[in-house]
Write a protein that binds this ligand. Structure first.
Ligand SMILES: Nc1nc2c(c(=O)[nH]1)N[C@H]1C(S)=C(S)[C@@H](COP(=O)(O)O)O[C@H]1N2
Ligand SMILES: [Mo]
Length: 257
């Protein structure tokens, strides 16, 4: 992955707590197993990682570091925390780069999921075709950099199984998304194949409501809110860095654990 450094806005303190909880999934042993010496980590993060309590803050700094290092730290098998059904927020909290009153509902009958790039079978999918695929469910925390979070229950098709089914090149670097509201987004292949990365169709057991991405949106347990595009219309598998809406405006591209 091309190393790139992108400045990130200083997040709200409440968000740091939430993010810290996610980052607990990364432990000191894993950093060492990955071959990054404590000395090197101290240099990279500017804090003394020999003190155990400093490791968490070192990892917080890592979040803002270059995407290559973050992608390298990503453990494809490690699961982010999940929560009991009793904690699911209904309805979820809305956010987009515009107000909820400006949401333009997607017409399911005319909707297609287009495929392009390094994919063997690029035939577009209708919604009824998609709903025949096996689905899974996850109750995870959604964290927005604006300083709020909520626990949500998402069901859908694991992106990894979808990519395998259409014959995507799983060695490609990026999976990119287009949306009905022109909010381009993209993720690394390791995260695309992570078991907690879903092409979500349902929220809390019901079809997604219009403001939350009907008919199809991405939901990942391992990345911040803005990396989860709603109202997806196209998926591309590519080795060319695809960037994204907020990433073009200075937000971190990797933005995850
Ligand atoms: N298509 C699209 N997807 C989007 C956005 C957007 O503006 N357009 N906003 C992102 C941001 S910043 C957040 S926090 C989440 C909000 O998702 P929710 O409304 O389901 O909570 O959607 C993300 N996905
Ligand atoms: Mo967000």
């Amino acid at each position: 992955m091309t190393p790139r450094f992108r400045p990130v806005e200083r997040p709200d303190p409440a968000i740091l707590d939430d993010h810290r909880a996610l980052l607990r999934a990364i432990d000191r042993r894993r950093l060492l197993r990955g071959g990054l010496s404590l000395g090197a980590l101290t240099m990279l993060t500017g804090c003394d990682v020999r003190r155990p309590d400093a490791v968490q803050s070192a990892l917080l700094t890592l979040r803002d570091m270059n995407d290559a290092v973050q992608a390298w730290l990503f453990d494809p098998r490690k699961l982010a925390p999940t929560y009991p059904a009793s904690q699911v927020l209904k309805p979820p909290k809305f956010n987009a780069y515009y107000d909820v009153t400006k949401v333009k509902p997607v017409d399911a009958a005319g909707w297609r999921l287009e495929l392009s790039g390094l994919v063997a079978d690029r035939r577009p999918w209708t919604l009824s075709q998609l709903t025949t695929l096996p689905q899974r469910d996850m109750i995870i925390k959604h964290i927005c950099v604006e300083g709020w979070s909520y626990i949500g229950e998402w069901s859908g098709i694991p992106l990894g199984s979808f990519l395998r089914r259409v014959g995507a090149d799983l060695k490609a670097k990026y999976v990119a998304f287009r949306t009905a509201d022109d909010y381009p987004s993209s993720i690394d292949m390791a995260t695309a194949l992570h078991p907690q990365t879903l092409l979500a169709l349902d929220y809390a057991g019901k079809t997604l409501a219009d403001p939350f991405g009907f008919p199809l949106r991405l939901r990942m347990a391992t990345k911040l809110g803005y990396k989860n595009p709603k109202w997806i219309t196209a998926i591309e598998v590519t080795n060319r860095y695809p960037s994204g809406y907020w990433e073009d405006r200075g937000y971190s591209w990797f933005a995850g654990i």
